[in-house]
Design a binder for this molecule. Structure first.
Ligand code: SF4
Ligand code: FES
Length: 327
């Protein structure tokens, strides 16, 4: 099995592993950000370039460094390869340039965007972006379009990561949307019918890293950080029925797939679970969801509050048990 060193940490990985996957195996502190790669999809990556790294040693057999930054999600590990991600200052400067490009046409409408608080581009630009833009030209702008009964497309925010297209390709037999045109006039669009209408269409909302595809049943209901995510399940014939409910008070404002530490859904869920079961009583509640640490939603710390509550309860029970024992 090939060995690769990333930011000074060596790891042995199966043949065919990409640099990005190897970095994720080591941990978050070395893993590059990824806006288009999605491990749950059979085809993804290679579009956004946020995952670039510097290969400072090609392999044990050929130690020549690679002359340019490489997309880590598309570059396989070679035995003896050495890679610099956060340890290369030049790489961080290059990534800053990539973020600047991604933001060229992106509106700064986070205050009114439903994705704010869980937007990967927001996190990326906070961590790797500049405070100002050097772009003087008009930004592209589009009207919002309803693409099907549940999903609204706001193309102005799209970064053309292709995730939604690849998700539809993988989950449905008849994909009806894709990227139209080329170059700076490329856009996500539906073909002829202008409607994405299949039982798993809601998943394209979950994979969209920005606020370009939004849930029409949740739009403008609440900022995500005012809602409380809870893991829940139900028996469903179409999907695994394992979801995340987003509560405000006792109301379920939206249902989404559960996401892992990389912000990727763990199970695809059907539209029935997502849009048609929004009553508390429809679900078996498992408990508060663990939200990735860099998200603003995790600032509510109620997972910790529950832990304190449980520990407090246990301590109380222990104390009263001791008193009974003394008697
Ligand atoms: S709509 Fe979202 S998921 Fe689809 S290409 Fe644009 S940014 Fe990516
Ligand atoms: S995540 Fe690698 S190119 Fe987009």
């Amino acid at each position: 099995m090939p060995k690769v060193t990333i930011d000074g940490i060596e790891i042995e990985v199966p043949k065919g592993t990409t640099i990005l996957q190897a970095a994720r195996m080591i941990g978050k502190h070395v893993a590059p950000p990824a806006m288009c790669y999605y491990s749950k999809l059979k085809v993804s990556g290679g579009y956004c370039r946020t995952c670039i790294v510097r290969v400072t040693k090609g392999s044990a057999a050929n130690p020549t460094p690679m002359p340019k930054p490489v997309a880590s999600c598309r570059t396989e590990v070679m035995d003896g390869m050495e890679v610099a991600n956060y340890t290369s200052e030049q790489n961080l400067i290059d990534r800053k340039g990539v973020v600047e490009f991604l933001l060229l046409n992106h509106p700064l409408d986070c205050p009114v965007c439903d994705q704010a608080g869980e937007c990967h581009l927001q996190d990326l630009s906070y961590e790797n972006g500049s405070a100002n833009t050097r772009y003087d030209f008009d930004r592209r702008s589009f009207e919002k379009i309803d693409i099907g009964p549940y999903v609204q497309l706001h193309m102005t925010r799209c970064i053309l990561c292709f995730r939604c297209v690849n998700t539809a390709n993988q989950l449905t037999e008849k994909r009806v949307h894709g990227v139209m045109n080329r170059g700076d006039v490329s856009e996500i669009s539906t073909y002829i019918t202008k409607s994405i209408d299949n039982e798993f269409s809601g998943n394209i909302i979950d994979v969209c890293p920005v606020g370009a595809l939004t849930d029409k049943t949740f739009r403008f209901k609440s900022r995500v950080w005012f809602t409380k995510p809870v893991d829940a399940n139900r028996e469903c014939k179409k999907c695994a029925g394992k979801v995340r409910l987003w509560f405000k008070g006792e109301d379920v404002l939206r249902v989404t797939g559960r996401k892992d530490q990389w912000g990727e859904v763990t199970d695809w869920i059907c539209n029935d679970c997502r849009f048609e079961h929004k009553r508390y009583s429809d679900w078996n509640i498992e408990g508060p969801s663990h939200i990735d640490h860099h998200s603003v939603i995790s600032q509510n710390h109620y997972e910790l509050a529950k832990l304190k509550l449980d520990t407090g309860k246990q301590l109380k029970e222990l104390k009263s048990k001791k008193q009974v024992d003394k008697k």
